[in-house]
Design a protein around this ligand. Structure first.
Ligand SMILES: O=C(O)CCC(=O)C(=O)O
Length: 309
């Protein structure tokens, strides 16, 4: 414990903005809150952009009045949303917790109108509920060390509407769940209700959190839509060190498995951002189809054969 305290104080001494208490909460609970991270004017401007986008897609996609709506890659949707990636009050905290060799991994806006009670019958975060417990991960998951997900990425959530009341559509996190194995032997999430934190905050509050935390969302039983923004940051080095893309002559004639190992995408080359690139782009590296990673079928075949080869 003494060593941890010393390490923390020296880390804070080398930091730009984070306090010792925030760093400790980020290590132990996996998140901390920054009230008034955005001014009232910034909140109003962001809500204005969200409302415009929501209205456009509400009509274009015939969204129902209770339907939750998300746009991903919002850095491309509007300059105001792009400019939040390095907000001067928050960027120093991001660099303090993540370092400076980082990049945006994802960005999204979420609008969650008031819900009908018939859509909220399942328990909070239950499997099959409108928003089950999960931690963010690529398909096939993160590697784990002794059952624990290494610290791979974090997110900033900007909350733009009043979430101070319970059951107003706020995110819930399970404090400390990033520091332990998350599932029992039956594959069910291990959650002590005493560890669930409903993030009931005023507009303008930001949350810096580890995406390995188990999280879900409360039903929105309030009289207004919940509107928020998320920006996820990860390390820029999670890619090959010797190349970005190989030259065509290197990949020419390669087998599908060789293509995977050289970072190529099978059908993903034509469909890198998925089937709904405008509103819900999803990288085929993050969510690969079987043909993007032929090593999966290869490995399954070997398992089926009892590792005979
Ligand atoms: O809508 C929310 O507040 C939760 C969003 C979420 O699950 C995420 O950012 O991974």
């Amino acid at each position: 414990m003494q060593q941890t305290m010393l390490a923390n104080s020296s880390a804070v001494a080398n930091s730009m903005a984070i306090t010792a208490a925030q760093r400790q909460q980020f290590e132990e609970d996996g998140f901390f809150l920054i009230e008034d991270a955005l001014s009232a004017e910034e909140v109003a401007a962001a809500v204005g952009v969200i409302d415009r986008l929501y209205e456009k897609y509400r009509q274009a996609r015939n969204l129902g009045p209770h339907e939750a709506f998300q746009v991903r890659n919002i850095v491309a949707a509007d300059p105001l949303l792009r400019n939040l990636i390095d907000h001067p009050r928050i960027l120093p905290l991001i660099v303090d917790v993540m370092g400076y060799n980082i990049q945006i991994r994802t960005s999204h806006l979420d609008v969650r109108p008031p819900m009908r009670s018939e859509d909220t019958q399942a328990g909070l975060g239950e499997r099959g509920s409108f928003f089950p417990w999960h931690s963010d991960a690529p398909n096939f998951g993160w590697p784990t060390v002794d059952g624990v997900i290494p610290y791979m990425e974090m997110k900033v959530g900007y909350y733009l509407t009043d979430l101070t009341q319970r059951n107003s559509g706020a995110i819930c996190v399970v404090r400390g769940s990033h520091r332990r194995a998350q599932k029992d032997e039956q594959g069910n999430y291990i959650i002590d209700p005493a560890d669930i934190v409903e993030v009931n905050v005023r507009p303008g509050t930001a949350m810096i959190w580890r995406t390995a935390l188990l999280h879900c969302v409360t039903p929105n039983l309030s009289d207004h839509a919940r509107k928020c923004l998320y920006y996820g940051y990860n390390h820029r080095w999670i890619r090959p060190s010797d190349f970005d893309h190989q030259a065509p002559e290197v990949v020419a004639g390669c087998t599908p498995i060789q293509l995977q190992l050289l970072g190529e995408l099978g059908s993903g080359l034509q469909n890198y951002n998925g089937d709904d690139p405008l509103v819900h782009p999803v990288s085929r590296y993050w969510r690969p189809q079987e043909e993007d990673i032929p090593l999966k079928a290869w490995a399954e075949q070997r398992h089926a054969n009892g590792k005979a080869h």
